[in-house]
Design a protein around this ligand. Structure first.
Ligand code: PEP
Length: 256
């Protein structure tokens, strides 16, 4: 049985006081539910404050990105062991903003996935197509490439522990959400890919989040789909009330 994982990606938002208040409220919401795992990925400079606010609560705290080298002359970068040293247990990798704003290629993301596992962090690997690619009928080709390169060289134990976030780029921050049916089709496709790359049992174990304008109003219908195991939430995770409502909707959907 896969435990749904609802994780907030705060991106480059909040100041320190806002981050602490949001972390406290999110940790309280996380403590209300047992059927859903809840996480938050704040800006790196507020990780320590957020980790302190989350201490003793079930809130999982992670980084939004990391570099694949352990240390060295890489100005401005953060190493996986640094995130782990702070107390992070997860890290978002290959987010569409990293891929498309900062030009991160698949092979770099693959190196980051390996580096994350090497220091004990569980990656949330983001995959998903651009609108032009969807219109051209290339969704499965793009998602296959992102998943295959992202998982390349991982042991079955590592692959089983990864979280994949299917985030159609056209739905991120746009207010336009994939319909539950559109999302479910791609999630089911990812599961068949996992079965091909590993085996059917592993494919059933991997959690696949949906991301792209998830809000309290659409969370229930998305989470009711059999292959959607939670959400990666941007904008709506910045408001404590709406994020708590998404968590509650996911718990309701998965309990039924
Ligand atoms: C995201 O940043 O991963 C995301 C899904 O953002 P939003 O929920 O704002 O679309």
């Amino acid at each position: 049985m896969r435990k749904p994982f609802i994780c907030g990606n705060w991106k480059m938002n909040t100041n320190r006081a806002e981050a602490v208040a949001l972390a406290e409220a999110t940790a309280a919401a996380a403590a209300e539910v047992t059927v859903v795992e809840v996480g938050a990925c704040p800006p790196a400079c507020y990780l320590e404050a957020v980790l302190a606010a989350a201490q003793g609560t079930p809130l999982v705290v992670g980084g939004q990105n990391m570099y694949f080298q352990e240390k060295g002359a890489f100005t401005g970068e953060i190493a996986g062991p640094m995130l782990a040293d702070l107390g992070c247990t997860t890290v978002i990798l290959g987010h569409s903003e990293r891929r498309h704003v900062f030009g991160e290629p698949d092979d770099l993301i693959s190196k980051k996935v390996h580096a994350a596992f090497a220091c004990g962090l569980k990656p949330i690997l983001c995959v998903g197509e651009l609108i032009e690619q969807r219109r051209a009928g290339e969704t499965e080709t793009v998602v296959r490439r992102h998943v295959a390169t992202g998982l390349e060289g991982l042991s079955p134990e590592q692959a089983a522990a990864i979280v994949i976030a299917y985030e159609p780029v056209w739905a991120i921050g746009t207010g336009e959400t994939a319909t539950p049916d559109q999302a479910q089709k791609v999630h089911a496709f990812i599961r068949t890919l996992l079965a091909d790359l590993y085996d059917a049992r592993l494919a059933q174990a991997v959690r696949i989040q949906y991301g792209g304008s998830v809000k309290p109003e659409n969370a229930y219908d998305l989470m009711r789909e059999p292959d959607i195991d939670g959400a990666l939430v941007g904008g709506a995770s910045l408001k404590a009330d709406s994020f708590a409502a998404i968590i509650a909707e996911a718990a309701k959907a998965k309990r039924l």
